[in-house]
Design a protein. Structure first.
Length: 210
């Protein structure tokens, strides 16, 4: 196991690998995330999809309380464990300061300049890429994978990007609603992988209404 997918200190990426980069706060991770990642891996013939857990999600700072990064990473690790080709990445946890996708992309390319990177985003995020930091640096070196829920394109392709569209079933699941359900003690069964639910309960996350 390398450092991209766990807590080992090595930092290698197999030469010429096709890597999906699926970043997010994952607060908490849910079944919709898992479906998007597994479908992206299969449809685009990716070697791995990395769940890149944001250490300091700069777009959410000051807007709401975010669950500690290490706890979110533990839940994602539990969620993907045993699923071939899906890995939790702590790249953005091990860097200091705000979590910028540009830095993550450059770090992966530094590990292997021959890697092919596929940046997986939801259709809603695809419409906001111009708000990202150093977006031009990302656009030049990745293929953008836009996930359309419900099998229907909900936004045009962002201009200037190399784009793949990924159509997945319409799973209307939101992390904010899941946080509320967990805070109220209501079931999230089948909405969050069982192993991740057990991890959430063991860590006593979201009980305070975060």
């Amino acid at each position: 196991m390398d450092r991209l997918s766990g807590e080992d200190d090595t930092h290698g990426v197999a030469p010429g690998s096709r890597i999906g980069v699926f970043g997010g706060t994952f607060d908490p991770v849910h079944t919709g995330h898992l479906v998007a990642a597994t479908w992206a891996r299969e449809e685009l013939d990716l070697d791995r999809v990395l769940f890149v857990v944001a250490g300091e999600p700069w777009q959410k700072v000051g807007r709401r309380v975010v669950t500690p990064a290490e706890d979110r990473f533990r839940v994602v690790t539990a969620a993907v464990e045993g699923t071939e080709g899906l890995e939790a990445s702590r790249l953005e946890l091990d860097r200091t300061g705000p979590s910028y996708t540009a830095d993550t992309v450059h770090e992966l390319l530094a590990a292997d300049p021959g890697v092919f990177l596929y940046l997986v985003v939801g259709a809603d995020v695809a419409g906001e890429l111009d708000t990202w930091q150093r977006v031009d640096e990302i656009r030049d070196v990745v293929t953008l994978v836009v996930v359309d829920r419900g099998g229907v394109a909900t936004s045009p392709d962002p201009a200037g990007w190399k784009v793949e569209r990924l159509r997945i079933p319409g799973l209307d699941i939101s992390s904010s609603e899941l946080r509320q359900r967990l805070a109220e003690g209501r079931t999230v069964q089948f909405l969050i992988p069982d192993a991740a639910i057990r991890c959430i309960l063991r860590l006593n996350l979201y009980a305070g209404g975060r």
